[in-house]
Design a protein around this ligand. Structure first.
Ligand code: UDP
Length: 324
C-alpha cells in the first residue's frame, strides 16, 4: 500500500480527492491548517494532522513519521477577485507556501509530486479554441500568475532532484458527492454554481451576472464546468500513473463542453423548477471571455473520462446545500 500526503486535504477538492484515493487503496495522510478547510470534511479513514505546511519542521516530521512516498499539494488560495485585490496574499500562500513544501519534499527525497493548477493560466489565449497543454499561457490575474509561477518552480525542482510530477490544470470545478455527504463548505462562496444555488434556495436575494457584453453568443462568459468527483478520480489515476513510473507532465482536466453563465443559470432554473432572481452587473475584473479544455491528453494517458453532466453538477451542489 502506497502512502500519499495531501496538503489542503480538508478543503473542497482535497477532501473529495482524499476519499477517492482511500477508495482506491492508498494510505492517505492529510495536512491542513484548517484556515479554510474543515476537519469534518476529512474522511475518517485518513490520518489527519492540523499544521501549516510552511512549518518546515512540523511538515518534515509528518513526512518522516508516516513514510510518505508522494505529495499532492492542494493547499492554496483560489478566488480570482480576491487575488486582484490582495495579490501579495496570493503570492505568499501559493508561491512562498509551495516553496516551503518543495524545500522539505526535496530534502526528504520524495520523488512523486502532484499539484493543483488552473486553466485560468491560459488567460485569453484559449479564446474560441479548446486549450491544449501546450497553448501559450497568459495569466490575467494574480491567482493565475501564482499558479503559473508554481508550475515553473515544480519543473525546475524536479529537474534538480529527479522528482516526477503531475500538474493538473483544473477548469471550473463544481458539484458535490452524489449522496450529499460532502461538498463545498466555504462560508460565502463566490463561484458560479453555488452562487446560483444559494439564490434558488432563498439564501441570497439575487444572482448577479458579472457582465453580459463579452464576445460570446449570449454575451456572458463561457466556462468548462467539471464535477469535483470526476476531478478526484483524475487525481487517483494520476497517482497510479506516477507509481507506475510515469514521467513528469501536465494535464488539463475539463469536460470539453462550454456553457455560458446564462446557460448555467437557465439549466439550474429548469432542473430545480425554482425561478431565479437575476440581475446584470458590471464585469468582474480578471475574467476572460472564454475558457474551454481539450482534455485529450488525460483521456489518452490516464484513461480518464469525466462522467457527470452539467445537470448533475448543479443538482449535487443543490442537494448538498439544501441540508443546511
Ligand atoms: N459569475 C457570475 N456571477 C457570480 C459568480 C460567477 O456571473 O455570482 C461568472 C464569472 O464572472 C465567470 C463565471 O461565472 O464568468 C465563472 O466564475 P467562477 O467564479 O465560478 O470561476 P472562475 O472562472 O472565475 O474561476
Amino acid at each position: 500500500m502506497h502512502t500519499i500526503l495531501v496538503t489542503g486535504g480538508a478543503g473542497y477538492i482535497g477532501s473529495h480527492t482524499v476519499k477517492r484515493l482511500l477508495d482506491a487503496g492508498y494510505k492517505v495522510i492529510v495536512a491542513d491548517d484548517l484556515s479554510t478547510g474543515h476537519a469534518s470534511a476529512v474522511d475518517k479513514r485518513a490520518v489527519f494532522y492540523q499544521l501549516d505546511v510552511r512549518d518546515n519542521q512540523a511538515f518534515g516530521n509528518v513526512l518522516d513519521q508516516e513514510q510518505v512516498e508522494a505529495v499532492l499539494h492542494c493547499a492554496g488560495k483560489i478566488v480570482v477577485s480576491e487575488s486582484v485585490k490582495e495579490p501579495l496574499k496570493y503570492f505568499h500562500h501559493n508561491v512562498s507556501g509551495l516553496n516551503e513544501v518543495l524545500k522539505v519534499v526535496a530534502e526528504k527525497g520524495i520523488k512523486k509530486f502532484m499539484f493543483s493548477s488552473t486553466a485560468s493560466i491560459y488567460g485569453n489565449n484559449c479564446f474560441n479554441i479548446k486549450a491544449v497543454e501546450t497553448t501559450q499561457v497568459a495569466p490575467t490575474n494574480p491567482y493565475a500568475a501564482s499558479k503559473h509561477i508554481g508550475e515553473q518552480m515544480i519543473h525546475w525542482v524536479s529537474e534538480r532532484y529527479q522528482m516526477n510530477y503531475v500538474i493538473f490544470r483544473y477548469f471550473n470545478v463544481a458539484g458535490a458527492e452524489m449522496d450529499a455527504s460532502n461538498g463545498l463548505r466555504t462560508e460565502n462562496p463566490t463561484h458560479l454554481v453555488p452562487s446560483i444555488n444559494l439564490t434558488l434556495l432563498g439564501k441570497r436575494p439575487v444572482f448577479e451576472i458579472f457582465g453580459d457584453d463579452y464576445q460570446t453568443a449570449d454575451g456572458t462568459c463561457i466556462r468548462d464546468y467539471i464535477h469535483v468527483c470526476d476531478l478526484a478520480r483524475a487525481h487517483q489515476l494520476g497517482m497510479d500513473y506516477l507509481f507506475n513510473g510515469g514521467q513528469s507532465t501536465v494535464f488539463n482536466l475539463g469536460t470539453e463542453q462550454g456553457y455560458s453563465v446564462k446557460q448555467v443559470a437557465d439549466t439550474a432554473e429548469r432542473i430545480t423548477g425554482i425561478p431565479l432572481n437575476v440581475k446584470i452587473s458590471e464585469r468582474r475584473s480578471g475574467d476572460p471571455d472564454f475558457v474551454l479544455a481539450n482534455a485529450g491528453k488525460a483521456r489518452e494517458r490516464l484513461d480518464w473520462v469525466p462522467e457527470h453532466s452539467l445537470e448533475e453538477i448543479i443538482q449535487s451542489d443543490f442537494h448538498w446545500r439544501k441540508q443546511f
